[in-house]
Design a binder for this molecule. Structure first.
Ligand code: MN
Length: 234
């Protein structure tokens, strides 16, 4: 039996539709899992029933996390959040953790998980974190644009056996203060926390870069998907 992975839906506000980037599904499939997109709902009963069917949960990229979740007002008009996603993902994360599900966050995923567990974000990197490093690259998105340092004695280091990794970068926000239950696994060359894990938990990892865009070209991206699916199937 392959593990089923519940994937958070992407929301297109203009078209009033849900959608999916094939990279998330392809990365999961190539690593041996079966992806399904969750419905956009915050119905705890419905979500719990689906989560029970899943070995793992993937928190995808997309909208900014609403600053109200960490007690701030938006700093400017660039902050575009989705109340539906924020509300839904709070339920999914809570129920998923309760059931010790395998959890991976990507981009918004690392931001949302950090906030849900008590951390804060830089809301708008271009105005709040000027460093000269590109964090919002132009396509193609599988090309690395900056490096991260992979911290020793972390599960990511155990997986990749290296101290530095070149990653793609396409994010508007980033971790500011880390949630108490999370530990950093990778730091960008300008000092942003770009990968985290939850040490007291089976498998909760989150990365700020985009393995779903680079899993075909980058072995490290494939390794991350594979480790996620391996745990989801245990
Ligand atoms: Mn970056």
């Amino acid at each position: 039996m392959k593990p089923v992975i519940g994937v958070m839906p992407l929301v297109d506000d203009e078209r009033e539709s849900l959608w999916m980037l094939p990279g998330y599904f392809d990365g999961i499939t190539a690593a041996g899992g079966i992806p399904i997109m969750l419905p956009l709902t915050s119905d705890r009963y419905v979500l719990s029933q689906i989560i029970d069917m899943c070995g793992g949960l993937l928190f995808t990229g997309g909208h900014d996390v609403s600053p109200s979740l960490y007690g701030e007002e938006p700093v400017n008009k660039t902050i575009v959040s989705s109340k539906e996603r924020d509300t839904m993902e709070k339920v999914v994360l809570g129920e998923g953790l309760k059931r010790e599900k395998t959890i991976l966050g990507i981009c918004r995923g690392i931001q949302f998980i950090n906030v849900a567990l008590g951390g804060t974000l830089y809301q708008d990197l271009p105005t709040q974190y000027q460093s000269g490093i590109e964090h919002h690259q132009k396509p193609p998105y599988d090309i690395p644009v900056h490096e991260v340092e992979i911290l020793a004695d972390t599960p990511l280091h155990d997986l990749l056996h290296r101290e530095r990794l070149a990653v793609n970068s396409y994010h508007h926000q980033a971790v500011k203060t880390l949630a108490p239950e999370l530990k950093p696994m990778a730091i960008s060359e300008d000092g942003l926390t770009e990968a985290v894990y939850k040490p007291d938990y089976r498998f909760l990892w989150a990365v700020q870069w985009h393995p779903e865009f680079s899993h075909e070209t980058d072995p490290a991206s494939r390794e991350i998907f594979r480790r996620f699916i391996d745990f989801a199937g245990k």
